[in-house]
Structures are given as structure tokens and as C-alpha cells.
Design a binder for this molecule. Structure first.
Ligand SMILES: [Zn+2]
Length: 326
């Protein structure tokens, strides 16, 4: 039974597994463990993050972002007349700390949660909050992937099927509008970007956009989950779509990293676009992955943080999709 819950726990691969989580979660070293001794029998408890403390940044009255140490997933908190709602909920183990932060802000147990995408550093808190009645909304594909369980081969990361209480009960294909705490929330699918399940959430009256991991603003190579629909082209397209609806006062909440604005987003997209164009040229010339890695097409354009995911790893995810697309 335990084998069904966490498919693989391998001492010799522990380091790589931690690396996998870091790529999903953060740009810097983060203390995590994944061992039989420290998990219980709930799927998302496979991850133990030692320091779950959160910093709060207030955007406007009743609207806050909880930012974890070393850039673990950003949680947007809205507190108002309709209660407390969240956009993303980090890991399962984060729930008590999220709840504590909400109470400090004067909010209550969240009644509504939106997942920006399926990754368990953004939707891992679904179960504890779902267990106490939160209604969860996400893209159709987020529910599908959570329900099915996923494996990211490159990272040796296996997330088993989520229990029922962790599944979104409201899902949509292209777009949906919600009305909460005085905001119209425009939820829009961005296909094949970081994953196949990405949505952006535009809080229209507050002029805030939570963009999930379509923009991971940490300085890392942007992780692209190519096994679940992600592509560099889609990520660039998604970022351009965000820039199109943002104005120069819009607060952009990236999936990880500090709060940002349109100018920063556009600058970042320009970097990715230049790399993408280089890769297209390599693909047209018929270069194989080895040749592309040797040419260092990304590091020529921009110096990303390479603590965990390096350029070669990144290219091994990104380049085959570009070859396929020609
Ligand atoms: Zn992600």
C-alpha cells in the first residue's frame, strides 16, 4: 500500500529528488527531506519542508501575498465581505502556517481556493483545506493531473493520485469569471506554457494578476514541465498575453519570487524570446541536443542561476519540443 502512495524512495537518489523539488519550488538551497521515516500515509506529505515560515506582503486593503522562505510558492490571500479566498496553497505541510498567517491578517479559514496549476508546491495544500470544506477551482487539466497522479521523469519526481478532497470541484477549459470580495476574477487558460494546466488570475478591480509559474521570477532557469504539456514557446506566449492585459500599475504575482510589474515581465520575456530564436536556428540547422548544449545558447543571452538546474538540463527539456514543432 505504501508503495502505491509514494512510488519510490531511493536513498541514492535523494539528492536528485531534493533537486527536483527545488526546481519546482525555489531558486536557492532549501532544506527538504523525502524519506520513509518522515512521511505519513497521505500523498502530499512526501515532502517535508523544514522552514515553512511565511512573510506577508500587503498589496492593498484585504489583499496580501504570503511569500515563503527561499521563494517557495506565492500564496495570494483575499480577505473581505465574502470571506477568505486563496490563490495557490503551497504544500500540504504549509497549511498550518498559511492558516496562522491568514488569522494574523484578520481572515478566517479559506472557503475558496484557486490553483494556478497542478504542481504540488501550488496545489499541495488542497487536501487539508479541502478536508475542512474549501471549494477548489482550477483548469480542467489540473484536476485531471491531480486525479491521475504524475511523474516528472527528468526530476525523478512522482506525485501519486490526490485524494478526493484535494480535487478541484469547479473546473473550466478556456476562461471563467468569479466574483469575490469586490473583485471580478478573470481566470484564463494559457495553453502549453509551464504545464498544460496553467491559468492566470486577473483581479480586475485590484489590478493584480497572479500568473503562477508561467513566470517564475527567481533568477533560475524557468522550469518547463514538458511531460505535461509545457513548452518554451507556450511560456513566452503566456507571458506576452499577461503583458497585454497588464498596465504599468498592475501588480504581477509570479509563482515564485518577489512581486513584480509589467516592465520587469516584458524584459524577462525578451530574454526568453532571444533564447528561443537561437534554439529555432539550431533546430533549422538540424543540430542535435548535444551540439546545442555545447553552443550554450541560453547562457550567451542571460546568466540564470544554475545552482540546481543547469543549462544542459534545461535544454534537454526545452529543445526536443522545439525540434518536434518544426
Ligand atoms: Zn509549477
Amino acid at each position: 500500500m505504501e508503495n502505491n502512495i509514494v512510488k519510490i524512495v531511493i536513498a541514492q537518489k535523494l539528492k536528485l529528488f531534493i533537486s527536483a523539488l527545488l526546481i519546482l519550488n525555489t531558486s536557492q538551497a532549501m532544506t527538504q527531506e523525502h524519506t520513509p521515516a518522515n512521511r505519513d500515509d497521505t500523498p502530499n506529505s512526501a515532502v517535508v519542508v523544514r522552514d515553512l515560515s511565511l512573510q506577508t506582503e500587503t498589496i492593498s486593503e484585504g489583499l496580501h501575498v504570503l511569500i515563503g522562505k527561499r521563494a517557495i510558492g506565492n500564496v495570494l490571500v483575499s480577505i473581505g465581505e465574502d470571506g477568505t479566498f486563496l490563490i495557490d496553497d503551497q504544500f500540504e505541510a504549509s497549511a498550518p502556517e498559511i492558516q496562522r498567517a491568514i488569522e494574523e491578517l484578520g481572515g478566517n479559514t479559506p472557503t475558496f481556493i484557486i490553483n494556478s496549476h497542478y504542481h504540488h508546491d501550488h496545489a499541495g495544500g488542497n487536501q487539508p483545506f479541502g478536508d475542512i470544506g474549501a471549494i477548489i477551482a482550477a483548469h480542467d487539466n489540473a484536476r485531471k493531473l491531480l486525479e491521475r497522479g504524475t511523474e516528472i521523469e527528468l526530476l525523478n519526481l512522482v506525485v501519486p493520485p490526490a485524494p478526493k478532497s484535494a480535487l478541484p470541484v469547479i473546473t473550466f477549459a478556456k476562461e471563467m469569471k468569479l466574483h469575490l470580495n469586490g473583485n471580478q476574477l478573470q481566470l484564463t487558460h494559457m495553453p502549453d506554457a509551464h504545464t498544460e494546466s496553467d491559468i492566470i488570475i486577473h483581479l480586475i478591480e485590484s489590478n493584480v494578476i497572479h500568473v503562477g509559474d508561467i513566470w517564475n521570477y527567481t533568477g533560475n532557469y524557468p522550469f518547463i514541465d514538458s511531460g505535461h504539456g509545457g513548452s518554451l514557446a507556450g511560456m513566452i506566449e503566456g507571458q506576452r498575453a499577461i503583458a497585454d492585459i497588464a498596465d504599468f500599475n498592475t501588480v504581477i504575482v509570479p509563482g515564485h519570487g518577489s512581486l513584480a510589474n509589467k516592465v520587469e515581465l516584458v524584459s524577462y520575456t525578451a530574454i526568453l524570446s532571444e533564447i528561443y530564436e537561437n534554439l529555432i536556428e539550431h533546430a533549422i540547422q538540424g543540430d542535435d541536443l548535444e551540439a546545442v548544449i555545447a553552443a550554450k545558447p541560453a547562457s550567451k543571452v542571460h546568466e540564470f542561476t544554475t545552482g540546481i538546474i543547469n543549462e544542459a538540463m534545461w535544454l534537454s527539456v526545452v529543445y526536443p519540443k522545439i525540434l518536434e514543432s518544426l
